[in-house]
Design a protein around this ligand. Sequence first.
Ligand SMILES: [Zn+2]
Length: 137
Amino acid sequence: MEMPKLVLGNYCYWINETQDPEEHGGFVPSIVVRDESGHFPLKGKPPCAAPWVWGKTLDEAKKVASRINYKDLGLTPEAVDEIVASSMKAQTETHRCEDCRAEGASDDWECWEGTFLCLECYEARVARMKRVPPEWL
Ligand SMILES: [Zn+2]
């Protein structure tokens, strides 16, 4: 899953409560984007960057998250809740594939320039794109 473009006011930091704090020595924050299902853990890019750890305990990490959401992103706790709620809603929403018209939940789907495609149709489109002679690109 690729992270969508981040626009101030449309994303927030969020602590996934179900993560294993032993794995990275604390709680790693994630980015949640409005109307996008799922979340993007800030794990860094090994080996150069270590994951962000915002607290040894869930409580600590949540406090850091709400402080940074407010200080850096200008989001009140209510605004954060709203973004998280819209992301959860997006996860359960069903979509119809533009190409084959099949229906499914958005988690297994891909977005192609604003339209939803099932994984098969998405891959078929990618394969078609790749057949374009290189000098056209
Ligand atoms: Zn399809």
